[in-house]
Design a protein around this ligand. Structure first.
Ligand SMILES: C[S@@+](CC[C@H](N)C(=O)[O-])C[C@H]1O[C@@H](n2cnc3c(N)ncnc32)[C@H](O)[C@@H]1O
Length: 249
């Protein structure tokens, strides 16, 4: 739900989202709250009570647009959508939320604009989600971001389904993905680790696990769920330091 549906033309016509759309794995629909105004100028915003700068989105068109979508779902015999207001004041988006959203039949993302929507309309939504501790000019980049993360989780959307299970934040232990390398084997004086070139799959798996553990510890120790790590994980990390004497790039 957006005042600027044109914003999504390129992101939704590109790469994985475009392929998923073409394959019938996902459908997008745009509803513009401006279509639910009654005046000649199709006004969706007004001055804030109490003064101050900026404009506020009026609650009426927000509710009418939401009701329209709910009625359309009901008429089609479909599950009502999970309604989400995108706001920096919402619950911070995490991979587990993305997975939860990807399992819903319908999800409705409301892109706010101006200073905010009228606070009374916020209670119309099931959830409030923030995509990070910063302020965007509108909810559109947040919606495009959520759509991209969500489509990756739809079975069949990725060429290789395993690439998403190995992604950062996807494992219960809260780990990053391991680092990746491709040809050439040496580039600007930096060599691809030998272990990745020798075809020993057990060693490669151990090496990747160690690097994922170490990189997470270095950059985001807050993510790691230590209690979920196995004894073998600690051994792998120890072996890594003994064998490689470094912490990687
Ligand atoms: C300029 S922002 C309004 C920010 C609001 N005055 C505040 O400080 O909480 C306009 C719209 O952008 C969207 N937005 C901005 N930052 C966001 C974020 N971090 N996550 C999700 N949506 C965001 C929301 O839909 C919001 O209504």
């Amino acid at each position: 739900m957006t005042l600027f549906p044109g914003y999504f033309e390129t992101p939704f016509a590109t790469s994985i989202i475009a392929r998923a759309k073409k394959g019938g794995l996902v459908e997008f629909d745009f509803v513009d709250p401006r279509d639910f105004t009654a005046d000649r100028h199709r006004t969706v915003d007004d001055y804030p009570y109490g003064g101050g700068c900026g404009m506020v989105m009026k609650p009426g068109p927000v509710k009418s647009a939401l009701d329209f979508v709910k009625q359309r779902c009901a008429a089609a015999g479909a599950e009502p959508p999970l309604t989400v207001y995108l706001t920096p004041q919402g619950e911070l988006l995490k991979q587990k939320t993305v997975v939860e959203f990807s399992e819903r039949e319908h999800i409705l993302l409301f892109c706010g604009h101006y200073e905010d929507i009228d606070c009374r309309a916020r209670s119309l939504f099931d959830r409030e989600i923030s995509v990070g501790d910063y302020v965007l000019s509108g909810g559109e980049p947040a919606a495009a971001l959520i759509a991209d993360a969500l489509v990756r989780k739809i079975p069949g959307a990725l060429g290789n389904p395993e690439s998403s299970t190995e992604d950062s934040f996807s494992k219960e232990e809260g780990l990053f993905d391991c680092p990746h390398y491709t040809r050439p084997p040496e580039w600007e004086g930096k060599r691809v680790p030998d272990v990745l070139l020798n075809g020993d799959h057990k060693k490669i798996t151990e090496y990747r696990r160690a690097r994922a553990l170490i990189n997470t510890m270095r950059v985001r120790p807050d993510l790691l769920k230590i209690e979920r790590l196995s004894e073998e994980d600690f051994k792998i990390v120890k072996r890594y330091f003994l064998d490689y004497h470094d912490i990687g790039d």
